[in-house]
Design a protein around this ligand. Sequence first.
Ligand code: ATP
Length: 549
Amino acid sequence: MTTPAPKSMDAIMALCKRRGFIYQASEIYGGINGFWDYGPLGAQMKKNLRDAWWQDMILSPCWGRKGPGGQRVHCVPLETCIIQHPKVWEASGHIAGFNDPMVDDKETKQRFRADQLSGLFPEPSIHSSLEQIRPQCTVIASTVGEAIELLSADKSLRKAAGVRAIGQSFPDAGVIEADFGTGMARWNVALVPMSLLRDHARDVPSPYTGKKGSLTEPRQFSLMFFTYTGAVLDEDNKVYLRPETAQGIFVQFKNVVDTSRVKVPFGIGNTGRSFRNEITPRNFTFRSREFEQAELEFFCHPSESQDWYAFWRDFRMDWWKAIGLAGDNLILREHEKDELSHYSIGTSDVEYRFPFTSPGFGELEGIAHRGCFDLTQHQQHSGVKQDYFDQERGDPLPNGSRKGERYLPHVIEPAAGLDRGALALICEGYTRDESRPSPEFLKLHPRIAPIKAAVFPLVNKDGMPEVAEKLHADLSRRFGHLGFIETDPKQSIGKRYARMDEAGCPFCFTIDGDTLTGQTVTLRDRDTGQQQRIAIDQAPAMLGEKLQR
Ligand code: ATP
C-alpha cells in the first residue's frame, strides 16, 4: 500500500491561526520559541479532549469494559503541583538522567541535539529550487535507519512523500533520496555515530558550514526548567518545573490509599502542564517547551501486571480511534527490547503519521509497564514505606478470610499528550475537497468539535431571526456545557456554512420559509453537505443523539 502524500502543514497552520485554534505565544513581540497559545476554538477543543480523557479514564473508565479476570476498572483523580520538592526529581532520576547531548557549532553559534538532525537544509520549494538543497551533509546517527528517521522528521523535508537510502556504502557514507512528488532530491550523507563525535569532534565536519574543527564535543544539557523559591536565589532554594505529571501521583500514592477507600488494582489520573526545555522545539505544537499531559498510573499486583499492561495498551489505542483517528495514520508500536528504559518491562507507543513525520510516525501516547521502579525509588529516598497491604490475598484462614499480603504494586502508565492529541485530530480532520464551494474543512469528531452546532436564519428578516434566536437559546441551555452553540444572521448562507465547516462544526440548523409555515428546519451535515428536514421541536433531541455518538 502506498502512503498518500502528506497534507500541507502550512495550510493546516494557517487554518489554525485564521480560525482561532492556535496562536504563537507572545506573537506581538515576535513570538517565543517552543510556546503556543490556544485561541477561543482551540481552548474549547482542548478542553473537550481533556474532558473526554477524564470521562473515559476516570469517571467511567474504559467505557465500562472489564479488566483482566473480569475485574472492575476503578480510577480516581488527583491534581498535583507543578513545583514539587527537589528530592522528587532526584528519586525519579530526572535530575541525574533527564539530559540530552548537545553540540555547538563554534563558528555559527548554532546548537543542536547530537542525536538529532536540525536545520541542515534550506527550506525546499517543490517547484523551483530542489537543486539549491545542500548536496553534502552530516547526519549524527549510527545506522541507516536512524539517519532516515531523522531526515524524515526534518521540517524542511516535510513536503517529501518519502525518504530512503540508496547505495550500500553505509555505515559511514551514502546517498539519501527524498521524493517530492515533482522530483527527487539527493544528498551525499556522511554518517557520524555519536561515539565517534564524542571522541573526535574535531574531525567531524559541521553540518552548518561543512568545515571540520568547528564543532564542540557533545555536552549534557538538562531539559528541566528551574526557578527559586523564596527571596534568596541560591542552590538551596532551587526548584524545578515538573517535566511530567506522573511523579506527583507516585508521591501521593500512600495518601490516596489511606484516604479514599481504593483497593489495588486501581488507577490515579492527573492532567496538567509539564515543562521541558527542549533543545529544538519544532513541528508546531508537537514538540514544545510547555505542554499538557494526561497521565494515569494504574497500580496492580505484580502477578497481574502483564495482563493489565495488555489491557491498557489495547484500550488506549481504541480510545484514540473512537475520538477521530480511526484510519491508517494511527499505529500501536511495541518497543524493541533495546529501546526500553532500564526499569520498564514493556512499552508501547500510540503513534500518528503527522504530515511532518510522514512516512514515519510521531508519538501521541506511551503506555509503559514501569514495574515497581517509582514506588521503590520514592520509598528509598523519602524513607516512607510505600507498600500496600492487600487483605484479599495470602493464605486462606479458617474463618473464610485471607491472611493478607504486603507488596509494592506494579504500575502501568498510559501517558498521553493533549497538545499532540489535539494536533493529530486537527491534521486528521483537515480536508480539502475542491468540489465544495469552500474547499477546506475540518472533520472533527462531534465530541471534540469546539462548536457543537450553529443555528442560522436563512435571511435576516421575515421573522426568521426571532425563531433562530429561540432555538439557539434552547440548544445553548441544553448543550452549552459541551461547547459553543453559534448563531449568525448575516452574510449569504453559503458563507456561513463555509465558516462553520472550517471551524469543524458538525451540524447546522437553518430556519427558512417552511419553518414559519410548517414548523420544520433543515439540519445540515458538515461532512456530506447534505440537508434533511426535521420538525423544529425534534432539533434538541436529534442534536443530543448525534453528540453522544
Ligand atoms: P519524545 O520522545 O517525543 O520526546 P517522550 O517519550 O519523552 O516523547 P513521554 O515522556 O512519554 O514523552 O511523555 C508522554 C507524552 O507527553 C508524549 O507521548 C507526548 O504526547 C507528550 N510530550 C512529551 N514531550 C512533549 C513536548 N516537548 N511537547 C509536546 N508534547 C510532549
